[in-house]
Design a protein around this ligand. Structure first.
Ligand code: C2E
Ligand code: CA
Ligand code: CA
Ligand code: CA
Length: 280
């Protein structure tokens, strides 16, 4: 009766079929990929824009597939969050980060704190933090070098439980950051309950239309000031221009993480970026 409708329906199911095949493929390959060390930790520098030094890094995973090449997290993390494999992958990333920090310490390099992402899937398992504890104790890492990033979507599901998790993260001595703040469901009110150390401003803050520039700036300035009054550091994410950096410096944002300084890079590229000139 309606050719367009029929066509789009077929098209939709084709897309759906391709997606399901791809998902199946990923699920079949993931465990072997982990064993074969196809997952690789990249680091993106966080720049202290007052001193122009690298004051932190975020660990972001990639999948170096021998056939398909380098896959970005958007292609496989949603699948792993569905099938639960993200729990294993996050622990792998955490261990790789601990291993790296241990190597820096052993080499006499002044270590740079690194944050890792924690999927909300972990929160379903009440003793997941023990697994993190075991790993960092094995590598004997000063806990203040480690930071856990939680996304605010987690917050909405169960605030009480989230606060409990943050307290446990603090008990271990790690710092804790609230990721993607301002990307969607953020509520200022939530900040009074969630005792995080760092607020990561989502790049949505910096993607304003020209006509809204003034209002956008006003919002950013005041969020940063609010964070400071609540004793939180601020990291601005997804910053792409020096113009934005200048503005953030005036607004007294502590750190900037974005393409303007560096994309996520391999560990050896990161070492060249962060340590060249000082610790060698
Ligand atoms: P995220 O935690 O919000 O990480 C920041 C993302 O923004 C990264 O994407 C980074 O490459 C990108 N980005 C950084 N600076 C800029 C910029 O200036 N412009 C633009 N357009 N983008 C920028 P990536 O690496 O593709 O990671 C995407 C998401 O995948 C992450 O978002 C995080 O939610 C998830 N993810 C990555 N690694 C892990 C992991 O090991 N565990 C878990 N649970 N999630 C991870
Ligand atoms: Ca993050
Ligand atoms: Ca983020
Ligand atoms: Ca995100």
């Amino acid at each position: 009766i309606n050719e367009t409708k029929l066509y789009s329906c077929v098209f939709y199911s084709d897309m759906e079929r391709v997606r399901m095949i791809r998902e199946k493929e990923i699920t079949n390959r993931m465990q072997t990929a982990l064993e074969n060390r196809e997952f690789v930790v990249y680091l993106q520098p966080k720049m202290d824009i007052e001193t122009n030094t690298v004051s932190g890094a975020e660990a972001l995973v990639r999948w170096q597939d021998p056939e398909k090449g380098l896959l970005q997290p958007g292609e496989f993390i949603p699948v792993f969050e569905k099938n639960g494999f993200i729990v294993k992958l996050d622990l792998f990333v955490f261990e790789e980060v601990c291993r790296l920090l241990r190597r820096w310490i052993d080499q006499g390099i002044d270590p740079i704190p690194i944050s890792v992402n924690l999927s909300r899937v972990h929160l379903k398992n009440p003793d997941f933090l023990d697994q993190f504890r075991k790993i960092y104790e094995r590598y004997q890492i000063p806990p203040q070098l480690l930071e856990i990033e939680l996304t605010e979507t987690v917050v909405f599901e169960n605030l009480e439980f989230l606060i409990h998790v943050i307290e446990q993260i603090h008990d271990m001595g790690f710092r804790c950051s609230l990721d993607d703040f301002g990307s969607g469901y953020s509520s200022l009110n939530m900040l009074k309950d969630v005792p995080v150390d760092v607020l990561k401003l989502d790049r949505a803050f910096f993607q304003e239309k020209k006509s809204n520039a003034k209002r956008g700036k006003c919002v950013i300035e005041n969020v940063i000031e609010l964070a400071r009054k609540l004793d939180m550091d601020t990291v601005s994410e997804g910053v792409e221009t020096m113009h934005q950096v200048e503005f953030l410096r005036e607004a007294k944002c502590h750190m900037v993480q974005g393409y303007v300084f560096s994309r996520p890079i391999t560990i050896s590229d990161f070492e060249a970026f962060a340590f060249s000139g000082n610790s060698g």
